[in-house]
Design a protein around this ligand. Structure first.
Ligand SMILES: [Zn+2]
Length: 496
């Protein structure tokens, strides 16, 4: 403000002058604070601006309607309740079209949507036996079932009971009408969550199903405009009807062959890598053996194995510090991608996993939900550019946060902490590939003003944060930019 303006203001009635001073101060303050978020400052060209304007309108319509009637704001609600409505959202439909580059946080046997999983089970219905004991469901393919359980063919269960598919579905997913009443706390939902992996293993470890499954996963993510995946996998041994079993080395080879086959017919597909993982309830020797497997496999298939991680319920599992001697031993030879801080607890072992993940030189952090409470951890994450793999729907379904507008990622984004968006286990909650999680990230974790540039930054972050080499990242980025141009053209033409 110059001197003459100040003099004029001093001559005005006090309240009026105060008001102008106040409004100027307010503008300065909000200007400094406004939307410190991903990509907000990039200048768009004319076409991008046109597409962006359309997208912003879709967003404003949806958000503003939600402000008037909170029940219409899908992004604040539990995914189980609003999945159908999200599929009709204009914003969601644009996000589906958007080239999302890479999935960097997902678990191998929990990636295919429930719908596609059941199509797969129907395709491989022959020889699939189910046994139910104390409401625990086991599944396995046999020519002749063994005597370990009261096995009955899936077909016979279906003949006996017209609603058997619904029963089976309820054991292969967490979806219920009333999640808050069904799952009273995190311990309860994690018990069910881990049971699903166990039921699924008998189905997915059957070699013909596994091969078809992996191909379908790649197709579903590709259709969702995801070009590259890094997936946690324990490389479970496979079996066939001749009682032959395939060890983890063979499983890696089988997976690699499927990926190569997929690549030949999908020109925009950029690749797939495995983060070898094991459960955090393992004894030290089990972890050591799996780390050695990761190392051996990465020597055999250097472009296919990204590194190593420990998975499972952090609040109940062993902390990283229990395995520190082993993890230190392998730290120079393996890249780590540790789950850490996937917890609401403050000052407990799951929360302290963040310290160990950092000290063990982790490449990225799975979730990092509790990092918000640790300024020093946040500083280190930011300085060392360690991306946090944020999985919005997973955190909501597994009860870390209810309204995703309160997710710590809001804070991480505003502080410039690098994040990528993952979908963790979309199969178990009825999400498809990655778009549902991007929808929540965009609608619940960023301020009103964010637009296509936020999505662009998420995609670019996923390329930068990947385990690809520098040269590969440049090629990937250029390929992605081509897709971005196509997307802009399509969005300009889009009629919704
Ligand atoms: Zn995970």
């Amino acid at each position: 403000m110059n001197l003459s303006t100040t003099l004029v203001l001093l001559l005005l009635p006090t309240t009026f002058a105060d008001n102008i001073f106040y409004m100027k101060a307010r503008k300065a303050l909000s200007g400094k604070d406004a939307c410190h978020t991903l990509g907000v400052r990039r200048k768009l060209d004319t076409d991008e601006e046109k597409a962006n304007e359309k997208f912003r309108q879709y967003k404003y319509e949806e958000l503003d309607e939600g402000l008037i009637d909170n029940n219409k704001l899908l992004a604040r609600q539990h995914f189980f309740r609003v999945e159908n409505q999200i599929s009709k959202s204009k914003v969601f439909n644009v996000i589906k079209m958007f080239p999302k580059a890479a999935l960097l946080h997902g678990h191998g046997t929990a990636l295919l949507s429930t719908k596609k999983l059941f199509q797969l089970i129907n395709r491989f219905e022959d020889n699939l036996y189910i046994c139910i004991e104390n409401n625990n469901v086991k599944a396995r393919y046999f020519t002749n079932p063994d005597k370990t359980c009261s096995w009955l063919l899936l077909k016979d269960w279906r003949d006996k009971n017209g609603t058997f598919d619904l029963y089976l579905k309820s054991h292969l997913s967490l979806i219920v009408d009333n999640p808050e009443e069904t799952y009273r706390n995190q311990n309860e939902i994690w018990v069910k969550f881990e049971k699903i992996f166990s039921t699924l293993s008998g189905i997915l470890n059957y070699k013909p199903v596994f091969e078809a499954y992996l191909y379908d996963v790649l197709q579903e993510f590709y259709d969702d405009n995801v070009m590259y995946l890094e997936v946690r996998s324990g490389l479970s041994m496979l079996y066939d009807l001749n009682e032959k079993s395939y060890d983890r080395f063979e499983v890696a080879k089988i997976m690699k062959a499927i990926v190569e086959k997929f690549k030949t017919t999908h020109k925009n597909f950029f690749g797939f890598k495995i983060i070898v993982s094991t459960h955090r309830n393992q004894e030290n020797e089990g972890v050591r053996q799996r780390a050695q497997l990761a190392l051996d496999l990465s020597n055999l298939h250097p472009n296919f194995i990204a590194g190593f991680d420990l998975v499972g319920y952090e609040d109940k599992g062993k902390p990283l510090s229990d395995y520190k001697d082993i993890l230190l031993q392998y730290s120079g030879q393996l890249k780590y991608f540790f789950h850490a801080g996937e917890t609401n607890w403050f000052g407990y072992p799951a929360d302290h996993n963040l310290f160990d993940a950092i000290l063990l030189n982790t490449t990225r952090i799975g979730h990092g939900f509790s990092a918000l409470k640790h300024p020093e951890i946040l500083r280190k994450i930011k300085d060392a550019k360690i991306p946090l793999e944020i999985c919005p729907i997973s955190n909501q379904v597994l009860m870390l946060v209810s309204d995703l507008r309160n997710h710590p990622a809001n804070f991480y984004i505003s502080k410039g902490i690098p994040i990528v968006i993952g979908s963790d286990d979309p199969s178990f909650w009825g999400a498809v590939a990655l778009s549902h999680d991007w929808y929540y990230a965009f609608m619940a974790m960023s301020c009103r003003e964010t637009d296509l540039r936020f999505l662009e930054k998420l995609a670019i972050n996923s390329i930068i944060a990947s385990a690809l080499t520098h040269a590969e990242k440049i090629i990937f980025l250029n390929k992605w930019k081509e897709q971005w141009r196509f997307f802009i053209e399509d969005l300009i033409k889009l009629q919704l």
